[in-house]
Write a protein that binds this ligand. Structure first.
Ligand code: NIG
Ligand code: FE
Length: 407
């Protein structure tokens, strides 16, 4: 039996708790974090600890720098096979993302690679990407399907996503994105494909493989009417929805996601005020994906000022995928959100923690607060803005998941 109040205690660091309910502000200088059974049990100034550290925990870590909540990457497609570097080259020579998709490349090129890969090969190729995210502070990760586009291959992607969570000890939330592109066997019959997408969902859900449902609502994806049918199927199973909305044109995707009480609407470059209002009313989080904006050399900015004005929480994610955002660092996504979208470094940090947790429907993490999970990162920095200032590199010194160091 452990008679000490905490399993572990971290001292000597400043804390960016992001907890706005703290009197005096969310930052605690010369703070201390104590945890027990994977949950935070003390978050406060070192000077207010109830006893000498050695009397409080078996493991006392004296450190320097800053601690933040573990980063949460709330939008990735990181399980895929191969890469699409040749498309990068084509785009640099003038082809658009939509041109390449219409010519049978793009998402369908990754579908061919995934279908040809075994589950083991897919896991072996995807694990290093997840490890890269974890190494710089990610402790919770969302992974979408959407490169299988038939029952067995969507299942394979979701199973690999679950295995990544088990092997790395990180929380993985899975999202069913079979409505991502029209597979060749359904050419000319998008409605028939949506019937199949709807039929597969309960079977995959019954296997415990689906935490949320997403779709690509776009000219080169699916119509709002088709997206609505997918969302109705999700609702019938009690599954929350998210949406790739208004990335390349405004089809009213943000409002559609909001109508279904969506956890998030993502991308949003072309969203107008009506969509933003609907999101605010529904409590739908805006997930900003500056990696895709950057790689596609977009010029249409998401409506940041409107999102702010209407109080819509903004999350930031990597969108890690082989086409539009081969991005392996959430911190780098935060950096891009500041440079391209003019988020402040604090906005970007909230976007990759507290708002990202909400975009995944997780209320047990995203802040440093007693009673929440002991997922936190110790950073080798002297100011939190450095997290968004340095491009590349690794600033995370130690990453803790449920109170356990990951390395
Ligand atoms: O979030 N836009 C649709 N889906 C992905 C890209 C997928 C791909 O090109 O492989 C996105 O940008
Ligand atoms: Fe995406």
């Amino acid at each position: 039996m452990n008679a000490l109040p905490y399993d572990g205690l971290l001292l000597g660091v400043h804390l960016a708790t992001l907890d706005d309910t703290r009197p005096g502000g969310h930052v605690i200088e010369d703070g201390a974090l104590g945890w027990r059974d994977g949950v935070l049990a003390y978050v406060g100034p070192r000077s207010a600890l109830p006893a000498a550290p050695a009397k409080l925990a078996r493991e006392v870590i004296e450190a320097r720098g800053w601690a933040t909540p573990g980063l949460i990457d709330c939008h990735t497609h990181l399980v895929f096979a191969g890469h699409r570097a040749h498309e990068f080259d084509l785009r640099l020579n003038g082809a658009s993302y939509a041109d390449i998709a219409r010519a049978g490349g793009g998402i369908l090129s990754s579908v061919r690679a995934v279908r040809a890969a075994s589950e083991e090969a897919l896991l072996a190729q995807s694990l290093p990407r997840a490890r890269a995210l974890l190494a710089d502070g990610v402790t919770t990760l969302e992974i979408k399907s959407g490169y299988g586009l038939d029952f067995d291959n969507e299942r394979k992607l979701l199973r690999v996503a679950r295995q990544i969570g088990e092997q790395l000890g990180v929380t993985v939330r899975t999202t069913y994105l079979a409505a991502h592109a029209l597979p060749p066997e359904y050419q000319g019959d998008a409605d028939g494909y949506i019937d199949a997408v709807i039929a597969w969902l309960p079977r995959l859900h019954a296997e415990g493989l689906v935490d949320a449902v997403d779709a690509f609502c776009e000219g080169i994806g699916f119509t709002p009417a088709q997206t609505r049918r997918v969302f109705e199927a999700a609702r019938a199973l009690g599954l929350p929805v998210k949406l790739h909305a208004d990335q390349l044109s405004d089809l009213g995707g943000a409002a559609l996601a909001a109508e279904f009480g969506g956890l998030s609407a993502d991308h949003l470059e072309y969203t107008r005020e009506a969509g933003v209002r609907a999101m605010a009313a529904a409590g739908t989080v805006a997930v900003l994906l500056p990696g895709a904006f950057h790689v596609l050399r977009e010029t249409q900015l998401p409506p940041i000022a409107l999102l702010r004005a209407h109080g819509v929480p903004m999350a930031v994610a990597t969108d890690c995928n082989p086409g539009t955002s081969p991005l392996l660092s959430l911190r780098q996504a935060m950096q891009l959100a500041c440079t391209h979208f003019r988020l402040t470094p604090e906005d970007a940090l909230r976007g990759a923690t507290v708002h990202a947790a909400r975009a995944l429907g997780l209320s047990d993490r995203g802040l440093l607060r007693v009673g929440l999970r002991a997922d936190f990162v110790l950073w080798n920095i002297t100011h939190p803005a450095e997290l968004c200032y340095w491009l590349g590199g690794t600033l995370a010194e130690r990453v803790f998941i449920a109170g356990h160091p990951t390395s």
